[in-house]
Every structure is written in C-alpha cells, then in structure tokens.
Design a protein around this ligand. Structure first.
Ligand SMILES: Cc1cc2nc3c(=O)[nH]c(=O)nc-3n(C[C@H](O)[C@H](O)[C@H](O)COP(=O)(O)OP(=O)(O)OC[C@H]3O[C@@H](n4cnc5c(N)ncnc54)[C@H](O)[C@@H]3O)c2cc1C
Length: 374
C-alpha cells in the first residue's frame, strides 16, 4: 500500500553515460516529459544531462491512471471555444500523431483498444453528444454508443467511443524511453535533487517537473498549480468487465481493467476538491473510501484492494500545457502543466520543447507559449 502498482514492473537495464562539465541542455525531471525531451535532444546531436530527485518515472509518470488519450484536458467543444476551432483541430491531430509515435517506442507497454467517455446523467449526455458531433465534423474517429458492453452496461446515459485511444503501463514506457535516451548518450542522474536551476552547468535548462518541484522557478508558481490525484487497484478478477479505459463525470472518475484482471480506479477529487490542491503525496481517508465503494460497485463484489497511492499533477488556468522559454529568463525553458492529461501530451511536449531548442519551429509552440499569461 502507498506504492503504485506500475512501479513494481522490472526496471530495464540502461547504459550509464557520464558527462562532466558543461552540457548543451540540462533537464530537471525524469518523467515522460524529461525523458522524451532528452531522447529528442540527444538524437538531434546535443549533449544532455537529466537530473531526477527520485528514480525515473517515480513522479506522476509512474502514478497515473494509465490512460493514453488523444487531445487536451478540456473537452473538444470547450477547446474549440477557448483556443479556436482551427487551433483545437490541429492540437488534437498533433496528439494523435504523438500517440502513433509513442506506440512505435512503447512495445508491450501500450495497447490501443479505444476509450469510453461515459455520461453519468442526462446533462453529461448532452455534453458528450456535442463532443461526439464536433469531433465527427472535424474528421476524427469516434463512435456514439447508447450503451456500452461489459460491466458498465445499463448504468450510464450513453457513451463516446474514442477509437484509437490507448491504455499504457506508464512506468514501463518511461523507463524504456530513459534507456533509449541513455543509449543515445544522455547522462541520467537519479536521486539528484536540483535546488537552483541557474546553478546548472548548461547552456539551456528544461524544467520538466509538471506538478512537482513547485517554486523551483518562482515565475511558474502561479501558472502551474500542484494538484493531487488518488488511485486504487484491486486484486485480479476472474472475468473481464472493462476491456478499455472508461471515464465519467468529466473525467473525475476513471477506471480500467488491466491485462492481469485487476481494476485500477482513480479520481473522486471533487469529493474534497480544495484539499486536493496540494503537492503532499499521500492518500486521504475521504477520497479512498469513495474510491473503495465505487470499485466494489464496478466489480459487483467486495474485491480486495492491493494498492492505494497518490500522485501530483500540474493544473493550468486554461488547461493547456506551458511549453517554451520562461518569460524573463534567458536560459530556462519549461514543458509541463498537462492538467491531468500528460501521458500523450507530456510525450508530445517533451519532444516539442526539444524541437524548439534544436531551432525547429512547430505551430503548437505559439499556442502553448508560457508568455500567454504575461
Ligand atoms: C493520480 C494521477 C492520475 C493521472 N492519470 C492520468 C491518465 O490516466 N492519463 C494521462 O494522460 N495523464 C494522467 N495523469 C497526468 C500524468 O501522469 C502527468 O501529466 C505526466 O505523467 C507528467 O509527466 P512529467 O514528466 O511532466 O512529470 P512527472 O512524471 O511528475 O515527473 C516530474 C519529475 O520531476 C522530478 N522533480 C521535481 N522537482 C525536482 C527537482 N528539484 N530536482 C530533481 N527532480 C525533480 C520529480 O521527482 C518527478 O519525477 C495523472 C496524474 C496523476 C497524479
């Protein structure tokens, strides 16, 4: 208990590349963002050192729900209204391409059965129905279901099937990324806390700490709010009830059944939403008991719980990540703030910040520029 199920996976071997002296780029954070950025930079010919205060993937990247979804944290209609119709279409397509690239690197850490966004009531049905229509209008692969097969059958008011979405073993994937980065020459330093980003001996620094490392760059403290998520996992069930990621109540509840039959369930942050605006990585009785009751409802029995854990993610005001140079800082760059939606976006944004440092322009850089809040 207290330790994420994902982190029990065997850690793959990795070469150790040691670099002394100044490097082109130092990265703070060894999650999906930091590892994706490191690999891309090293493949682009730059020297890279990555600093992680714990082990690789031991932050949110090894503590999440394992949903590998296209798109952003906001629903598609909200995104169209907030960021613009064209920008949202491009952003969604960009994340789909990232998910395809991720699949090429992930091996058996990723399956792509699709995902179900479920309507918990009639109001949510309307919202999901308009999301379905907007996505279909823009040519995305979606399906409307009046009901879903399996354990959720008869319990919801319709569902949107996002075809092509995935289920990921996030720690396995990120450790593989780290191994690739090390093979490409990245000096990965675990258990290495960075206290002062300006003191790092590098031409540029990428801060890839998402919800962790709050205050490391004071200018970001008001832009990325640490937010806690809690998860539980059951003993394996003898039957398959949920064959893909399911989520309901605007993503406040999310669950899936893993290949070994256990149900992983997270969410219920709205039960005590203000208490969850914290970077204290511990579970609480209030949310754990809500998760427990819902798990037993989903399983149809009081299945034993084997794992309980908490993780921290970074929430932003507009639910879009921040990727680019930190305003007012010459050498300091950031990629983070995925608002709980970072498995695919974090991979994409790690590569994006690396591309920016490699001098490659990408349209998403303008949309995600941290200076939009200045
Ligand atoms: C409970 C939970 C459920 C989630 N579910 C999903 C999901 O199903 N699908 C999805 O897409 N997203 C989900 N997310 C979000 C997703 O996990 C994150 O957005 C993503 O993992 C962020 O990756 P990252 O590499 O940017 O940050 P992290 O993986 O958090 O890595 C940041 C790293 O920085 C390190 N660090 C911080 N400060 C320092 C320092 N000073 N020096 C050195 N190292 C430092 C930390 O130790 C940490 O390992 C969830 C998040 C949580 C917490």
């Amino acid at each position: 208990m207290g330790s994420p199920y994902w982190l029990e996976d065997v850690v793959p071997p990795r070469p150790q590349a040691t670099r002394d002296g100044r490097v082109d780029v130092a990265i703070v954070g060894g999650g999906v963002t930091g590892c994706a950025a490191a690999l891309r930079l090293a493949e682009g010919g730059l020297s890279v050192r990555l600093h992680e205060q714990r082990g690789i993937a031991e932050g949110a990247s090894g503590r999440n729900g394992g949903f590998a979804l296209r798109g952003g944290a906001a629903s598609y209609p909200v995104a169209r209204e907030t960021y613009g119709a064209e920008e949202s279409g491009e952003l969604w397509r960009w994340t789909e391409a990232a998910l395809d690239r991720l699949a090429g690197l992930a091996g058996d850490a990723l399956r792509r059965p699709g995902s179900y966004r479920l309507a918990a009531d009639e109001e949510e049905r309307e919202a999901i129905r308009s999301e379905y229509e907007a996505l279909r209008e823009d040519g995305f692969a979606v399906e409307w279901l009046e009901d879903v097969p399996g354990g959720a059958a008869g319990k919801f008011h319709g569902a949107l099937h996002h075809i092509g979405d995935g289920s990921i073993q996030p720690a396995r994937f990120v450790r593989r990324l780290a191994a690739r980065a090390a093979e490409a020459g990245v000096d990965i330093r675990e258990h290495d806390l960075v206290e002062d980003v300006e003191a790092l001996d590098a031409d540029a620094v990428v801060v890839a700490t998402d919800g962790y490392g709050h205050g490391l760059v004071p200018e970001l403290a008001d832009l990325v709010w640490p937010t806690r998520g809690q998860v539980i996992a059951s003993e394996p069930l003898g039957r398959v009830l949920y064959d893909r990621p399911h989520y309901a109540r605007q993503g406040f509840d999310y669950w899936q059944q893993l290949p070994d039959g256990r149900i992983l369930l997270g969410g219920f942050r709205d039960v005590s939403i203000m208490d969850e605006l914290t970077d204290v990585e511990e579970t609480t009785p209030t949310i754990q008991s809500s998760l427990e009751s819902f798990l037993w409802e989903l399983a149809g029995e009081r299945v034993p719980i084997t794992h309980r854990w908490a993780g921290i993610f970074g929430l932003t005001q507009d639910m879009l990540p921040l990727v680019g140079r930190v305003p007012g800082r010459e050498r300091i760059w950031v990629a983070g703030g995925y608002s709980g939606h970072g498995n695919v976006l974090g991979f994409a944004c790690g590569e994006l910040v690396a591309d920016a440092l490699l001098g490659r322009d990408t349209p998403q850089l303008a949309l995600l520029d941290p200076a939009r809040f200045a």
